[in-house]
Design a protein. Structure first.
Length: 188
């Protein structure tokens, strides 16, 4: 993780080792009002556990704390997307794999570090593999995102999950474009 200030000065905040602090932080970070940064790593052998990914906090002193270590089963695996926060400080995100069907999850991590699985993706006609996705939350607590696969044509979906009940709704299923759907260009 790094910071670039207004003058263009580059400062390294943390170098991931791939061990106790995780590795492959693909997604962006979020910051709370106190200046703490929150994010995910998609791997790393944390405390000797297999590399299924983590949610972390980097405080203003530069101390990195693992808030949650995914186990790779029902709780999810490989959180390649970032996390978002609600007004109470709970974090929400997705995992690319894991869950009840192995096809990804939507999760909540409360301020005490307790993870709650909100939804497990099932594949078609539902979505699967919300790869590199960060969620968006509306004012009523619904979470929105997209998946890489699944849906009616296995081309991905846009979904909504209620953050309280975990109820999921596919809002849109992407379809493979055919030549009939795309204008053709004749090249000379």
């Amino acid at each position: 993780m790094f910071k670039i200030d207004k003058t263009g000065k580059h400062t390294v905040l943390h170098r991931f080792t791939g061990r106790a602090d995780g590795k492959n932080p693909y997604a962006g970070l979020i910051r709370d009002a106190a200046g703490n940064l929150f994010g995910t790593t998609s791997g790393g052998f944390v405390d000797g556990a297999p590399p299924y990914g983590n949610v972390f906090k980097l405080d203003t002193t530069g101390k990195l704390t693992m808030l949650y270590k995914f186990k790779g089963g029902d709780d999810g695996a490989f959180p390649t997307g970032g996390v978002i926060r609600d007004a109470s400080g709970n974090l929400y995100g997705v995992t690319d794999e894991g869950g009840a069907f192995g096809l990804g999850t939507v999760f909540k991590l409360d301020t005490a570090g307790k993870e709650t699985l909100l939804y497990s993706f099932r594949g078609a006609p539902d979505g699967k593999n919300p790869l590199y996705e960060s969620l968006v939350m509306d004012a009523t607590g619904n979470l929105y995102g997209s998946t890489y696969g699944g849906g009616t044509s296995n081309q991905g979906t846009v979904f909504k999950v209620n953050a309280t009940t975990g109820a999921e709704e596919v809002l849109y299923s992407f379809a493979m474009e055919t030549t009939e759907d795309c204008p053709t260009q004749a090249w000379s």
